[in-house]
Design a protein around this ligand. Sequence first.
Ligand SMILES: Nc1nc2c(ncn2[C@@H]2O[C@H](COP(=O)(O)OP(=O)(O)OP(=O)(O)O)[C@@H](O)[C@H]2O)c(=O)[nH]1
Ligand SMILES: C[S@@+](CC[C@H](N)C(=O)[O-])C[C@H]1O[C@@H](n2cnc3c(N)ncnc32)[C@H](O)[C@@H]1O
Ligand code: SF4
Ligand code: SF4
Length: 344
Amino acid sequence: MTLSDDFGREVTGVRVSLTDRCNFDCVYCHNEGLGDTRGPMEPGDDEMDTDDVVRFLEVVSEYGVDSVKLTGGEPMLRQDLEEIIRRTPDSMEVSMTTNGTFLPGRAEDLKETGLDRVNVSQDALDPDEFAEITKSGAYDKVMEGVQAAVDAGLAPVKLNMVVFEHTAGYVEGMVEHVAENEGLQLQLIEYMPELTGKPEWNIDIQRVHDWLADIAEHVEHREMHDRKRYYVNPEAAESVAATPEPADIEEFQGGMVEIVDPVENADFCANCGRVRVTHEGYLKGCLNRNDDLKSMGEMSREEIAEAFEEVVAERVPYYGEYLVENERGEYEINDEYISTGTAD
Ligand SMILES: Nc1nc2c(ncn2[C@@H]2O[C@H](COP(=O)(O)OP(=O)(O)OP(=O)(O)O)[C@@H](O)[C@H]2O)c(=O)[nH]1
Ligand SMILES: C[S@@+](CC[C@H](N)C(=O)[O-])C[C@H]1O[C@@H](n2cnc3c(N)ncnc32)[C@H](O)[C@@H]1O
Ligand code: SF4
Ligand code: SF4
C-alpha cells in the first residue's frame, strides 16, 4: 500500500543523502537543504551507518516506495556505497547523483552491484569555467567518469546543470554536447536560493526563469511528464519522431533535455512524490523544509514506519499558492488543494 499526502501526492520515491562531505565546493550548493558541505576528509561521525540506511529502505519498500536516489554531499565518498546498493531491496530502482570524480574505475562495479543509473553534475564544458564553479581541478576525472558511466550502461546518464548567471551562456553548448554524444541527457536545473548556506551568493531569480524560458525556445517541446518538462533537441528529433508516446520518451536515451524548475513551474511541487532523508537520519517531507525533521536515531522498524507515515501526512508543497494565511496569521493548507482522492 502506498501512502499519499493531503494534496493527493503519492509517495513512491525516497532521496537519501549519505553524507554532507564533499571534495568540491560549488558556488551554488544547497547540500540538499543543509547549506555548506564539509571537506572530504573531515570525519562524518554523524552519518547514518550502513544498517540504518538499509533498514530505512526495507521499511519504506513495504509502503510501495519503488525508487531511491542516493545523494549528498558526495555519495561516492562513502566507503560502504556498494554495500548499501547491494542490500537495497530488489523492488527499488537505485539511482545516484554524483559529481563524477570517483566514477572512473568504479562505474562498472557499481552497475554490477545493482546501481541502475547516474546523474553527474556538470555545469561547463570548459575546464577553467568548470574549475571556477566547482573550486576543483577534477575536470578530466569528471569527463572520464561520465564516459565510464555510459560505458558501464548506467543509462541514461544525465548531466546536471544549474542555470544561473555563470552558466546561462554555456547552455547552448551543453545541449549540443548531449545531442552529439550517445547516452547523455541534460537536466537544466533552476537555481534555488533557499538554504544554500551561501548568503553572499546573490542573484536575480527572475533572470534565471527568463533564461530557462529562452532555452525552451531553442529545443523542441515534447511534453510535461511527471514533475518535469521534457524537451528534445531538434538535432535528435529524427530518432524521436518514431517515439511519440510518453512512455517511449522515457526510454529515449540521448539528446533529451529536462527542465527541473520547481520555483517557476507550479506543477512541479504538485507532482512531488519523494520523501527525503538527511545524512544524519532525519526524515523530511521536502528539500527546502527543515521544520518537519524526524530523527530515526535508534528507532525500531515499527517506529520508523510510524515516523514515515507522519512525515507523509505532514507534507506540503513548497512553492506555489498552497498555503494561505488565516486570521491568526498562521499558515494553513489552501482548501482548494486538499485532495479528495483515496490514499492508497
Ligand atoms: N526543489 C526541488 N528540487 C529538486 C527536486 N528534484 C530535483 N531537484 C533539483 O535538481 C537537482 C538534481 O536532482 P537529481 O537528483 O540529480 O535528479 P532528479 O531530477 O531529482 O531525478 P531523476 O531525474 O529521477 O534522476 C536536485 O539536487 C535539486 O536541486 C525536487 O523534488 N524539488
Ligand atoms: C547537492 S548535489 C549532491 C550530489 C553530488 N555531489 C552532485 O553534485 O551531483 C545534487 C544536485 O544538486 C544541485 N544543486 C546544488 N545546489 C543547488 C541549488 N542551489 N539550486 C539548484 N540545484 C542545486 C547540483 O547541481 C547537483 O546536481
Ligand atoms: S559536488 Fe555536489 S555536494 Fe559537492 S559542492 Fe557541488 S553540488 Fe554540492
Ligand atoms: S515540495 Fe516542491 S520544493 Fe519540496 S521537494 Fe517537492 S518539488 Fe521540491
